[in-house]
Design a protein around this ligand. Sequence first.
Ligand code: SAH
Ligand code: SF4
Length: 429
Amino acid sequence: MNVLDSERMADVLAPLGYSLSDTPDDADLVVLNTCHIREKATEKVYSELGRIKALKTARAEAGETMLIAVAGCVAQAEGAEIMRRQSAVDLVIGPQSYHRLPELIARTHRAGGERLAADFEAAAKFDALPKDRNARGVTAFLTVQEGCDRFCTFCVVPYTRGAEVSRPAEAIASEARGLAAKGVREITLLGQNVNAWNGEGARGLAGLIRQLATIPGLARIRYATSHPADMDDALIAAHGEVSALMPYLHLPVQAGSDRVLRAMNRAHTADSYIRTIEKVRAARPDIAISGDFIVGFPGESEADFEATLALVKEVGYASAFSFKYSRRPGTPAAALPGQVDEAVKGERLARLQALLESQQRAFNAHQVGRTCPILLEKPGRLPGQFIGRSPYLQSVHCDAELSQIGKIIPVEITASGHNSLSGRILEMA
Ligand code: SAH
Ligand code: SF4
C-alpha cells in the first residue's frame, strides 16, 4: 500500500511541476513515506531523516531550498514527535491527507518556513485523489478498502489507518477501466483487510472481482491482504470459477497455537484456518498459499511455537513473511506480561524461516519442467533478459523482446531458486 501511496503522491504533485528524481541529492522536495508496523521500521525514519537533513543543509549552502515532508503511518502516529526530534522537517502528513499535499506545500513555501501537520481525515482520500491515474507498467495496485476494525492486539494498523472503509464498486471499476485502457493487464486489489470489502454496487469482494473480471484487457486479478475470518464461501468459490482470479492467496495466520491466537484477538483458531485452506484448495487445487507469522508474541512458550511449526508443515506455504514480535506503544499486547526475550525470538524466527524457505524452494522447484503462462513485465538486468510473473506470483526470468511486454506468454520453466524461476518462451506471441 505504501508503494501505491507513493505513486499517488507523485501523481498529485505532477501538476505542480514536480517529477520523480533518481536520488534525493538534488530534489526540491523529499517525501519520506514511512511504515509504523514494527519498531525497526519506525526507528529507520529518524536515521534516514538525519541523512536527508545533511542534503538539505548542503542545498541551503548553495542558496537553494529543499523541502522535507514525512508521510505515512509514522507521520500519522508521531507527527509532533517527528517535528520535535528533527527540525529540518517542513511537513508531516498522514495517509488520509495526501490529496492535500499540493496545498500544504504551497502554504509551506508561501509562509517561508512555517511547519505544517495534516490531521486524520477519515475516508476523504478515495474521493479526493484524482480519478485519472498514471499507469507505470503492465501491473498496478488499486485500493478498494482501507483501515481495519479487527484490532489484533499486536497491531497499529487500526490506529494509524483508521476504521474500515470500502470504496464503491463503480469507482473501483472506473479506475480499473482507466488502468486497462493504459495497458495494465494485472491489478492487485489492496486493502488492509481486503476480503472484508463491503462497498456499494457488488456483493462482497467475490462480487467485485466478478465485475472487474469482465473489463476488456484486464487479464489478471489479485488481492491482498486478507483476514482468515473474512474468507467467505463466495470468495472461495470465485477462486474456482473466475479464470482471471490468480491462484495465489496471501492469508496471514500469525501463529499456530490457539492460546496465542486468542491473546492476539485473531478471531480464528489454527484448525479453522486449516479448514479454510482446505476449502480454498478444494476450489482451486493448484493455489499457492502465502502467509504472515509473528514469533515471540508475549507469553509464547516453546510448545506454542512448535504449534506454529506444525501448522506450517500441515499447510505447506509457497511464500511467507515472518517477523519477531515488536512491542508497539499503545497496542494491548505491549502491556502484556511474559514479553519474550530477544534472543529466544531470534532463535525461533531462524527455525521458522528455515522451514518456510525450504517450502518455498520446493514450491518453486515443482514448477521446473512445466509450462506456465507468464505476464511479461519489464526488462531484466542482463541484455535480452526480461522479467515476468507466473500465476503463482513467482518472478520468472526469460529471454524475450520489448514488444512482448504486457503479453501473457507460455514459458517452459527450466530452473528454480529460492526467489525466482528461469525459463524459455515456447511460442512467439
Ligand atoms: N491485515 C493483515 C496484515 C497487516 S500488517 C492481516 O490481517 O494479517 C502485516 C503483517 O505485519 C502482519 O500480518 C503481521 O504478521 C506483522 N505485524 C503486525 N504488527 C506486528 C508487530 N507488532 N510485531 C511484529 N509483526 C507485526
Ligand atoms: Fe492489523 Fe491485520 Fe489484525 Fe487488522 S487484521 S489489526 S491490519 S494484523
